[in-house]
Design a protein around this ligand. Structure first.
Ligand code: NAP
Length: 269
């Protein structure tokens, strides 16, 4: 077993879209930190099972199928998770997609698909998580919060993105959904925060890093001078899910190598 800080020992966590990319890295990091992990997947059961296999080498995990846009499937997934693990401490609402197109060619289906997964999916999962937190009335000691929700947003919750108006609108929506939820449930000791990744090396943005030319153009946007790895986001998620961040709620943690620092202005002006 890797020598890591088992800061989430004894907690249970459900991570959506955990069969690949950022969700996979978060599930693995949570497992390494001692949490029992629900690995949600939509289409790739084998990939989800590989994540589970990795975690059970030193902990507990199980795969749960659900399309997060489907209310019935989300409810069934939470019921199965609670049946398996007894309680829920942490939700990471991570599942997300892109359907890029110039505005005149963006179909209603492109618009709806992105809003459905990236925003409605997070709403359905957050609602189910809050119900699960409330059902247990108080966090099992020594935990401090009754529950934690981490929404995976994007730098595009604040950076406009041409040709992806559906994606930017969905992530802007996640920002105010997260803050409004955090405000509504803070008195119950439920913490709701977002992580906004910048450019992270996953399948969703393969075209942006897969060739040297694309990577060079991408790095123009990243003051820190490297592309992010899923593990960069995962380490932030472990902290945000732990009691170490107990006084943090309603905030977005940007994990972006400075992408939101207006790199176009970094010269002498
Ligand atoms: P990814 O590797 O494509 O992962 C996306 C995951 O979401 C996949 O496992 C996918 O499963 C799952 N998913 C999609 N639709 C789903 C649905 N309806 N129900 C359940 N799961 C569904 O891309 P990623 O980069 O890790 O993306 C994860 C999150 O990070 C997304 O919210 C994305 O917007 C955000 N993000 C990524 C970056 C980046 O640079 N990579 C930057 C900012 C934000 P299937 O394969 O089965 O569809």
């Amino acid at each position: 077993m890797p020598q890591v800080n088992r800061i989430l020992r004894g907690q249970t966590a459900l991570v959506t879209g955990a069969s690949s990319g950022i969700g996979r890295a978060i599930a693995l990091a949570f497992g390494a930190a001692g949490a029992a992990v629900g690995v949600n997947y939509r289409s790739d059961r084998k990939a989800a099972e590989r994540v589970v296999t990795e975690i059970v080498k030193h902990g507990e995990a199980a795969a749960f199928h659900a399309d997060v846009t489907d209310e019935r499937q989300v409810e069934a997934m939470f019921a199965a998770f609670l049946e398996r693990f007894g309680t829920l401490d942490i939700l990471v609402a991570n599942a997300g997609i892109q359907r890029d197109a110039p505005i005149a060619e963006m179909t209603l289906a492109d618009w709806r698909a992105v809003l459905d997964v990236n925003l409605t999916g997070q709403f359905l999962c957050a609602r189910a998580a809050i119900r699960a937190f409330r059902a247990r009335k108080q966090a099992p000691p020594p935990l401090r919060a009754l529950g934690k929700i981490i929404c995976i947003s994007s730098v595009h919750e604040v950076i406009p993105w041409a040709y992806r108006v559906n994606y930017a609108a969905s992530k802007g929506g996640v920002m105010l959904m997260m803050k409004s939820l955090a405000q509504e449930v803070a008195a119950e000791k439920i913490r709701v925060n977002s992580i906004a990744p910048g450019a992270i090396r996953t399948d969703i943005n393969r075209a942006a890093w897969a060739t040297p030319a694309a990577l060079e153009a991408l790095l123009e946007l990243v003051p820190y001078g490297r592309i992010g790895e899923p593990e960069d986001v995962a380490r932030a998620a472990v902290w945000l899910a732990s009691d170490d961040s107990d006084y943090v709620t309603g905030t977005t943690l940007f994990v972006d190598g400075g992408m939101t620092l207006y790199p176009g202005f970094e010269g002498e002006g």
